[in-house]
Design a protein around this ligand. Structure first.
Ligand SMILES: [Cu+2]
Length: 144
């Protein structure tokens, strides 16, 4: 009985510790997808909403099936769509990073192996927090 109680207590402690650690930097993603590239095209775009409980900056996004992934903004300039590299992609408790069609997006360059619709890709995000610590996290993107 005592042994059992001890087990329970240590289990509870573990849960509390992990909850605490998790709460420090909670990064979540939703609506994550990659546009199926057109036949013969090795460039495509990706979209997602990334939320964080703390202030972060995205410093790198990568996937082994692409040569390079950049964060872009999109603006209409005199009737011409203009894409620029996002210089300061930030997110925080009240400001998610919203990447959606026609707006800011991920640009994926140099597709190596053909994608299949419905396939999941892990995109690795590297963030930097306010104390300059690097946080690396992979998120699943579905190919649509
Ligand atoms: Cu772009």
């Amino acid at each position: 009985m005592i042994h059992h109680l001890k087990m329970k207590l240590s289990f509870l402690t573990l849960i509390l510790i992990s909850l605490f650690a998790y709460g420090a930097d909670e990064i979540t993603i939703s609506k994550a997808f990659i546009k199926m590239p057109r036949p013969g095209v090795d460039v495509t775009a990706g979209f997602a909403t990334v939320k964080s409980t703390s202030d972060l900056k995205v410093i790198e996004v990568s996937n082994k099936n692409f040569k390079k992934i950049e964060l872009h903004s999109m603006k209409m300039d005199n009737g011409v769509m203009e894409m620029r590299k996002l210089t300061d992609p930030k997110l925080g408790p009240n400001s998610p990073l919203v990447l959606s069609p026609g707006n800011d997006h991920l640009m994926l360059f140099g597709l190596k192996e053909k994608l299949e619709p419905g396939e999941n890709l892990d995109l690795t995000f590297v963030f930097k927090d306010a104390k300059n610590n690097k946080i690396t996290k992979a998120f699943k993107f579905v190919v649509k």
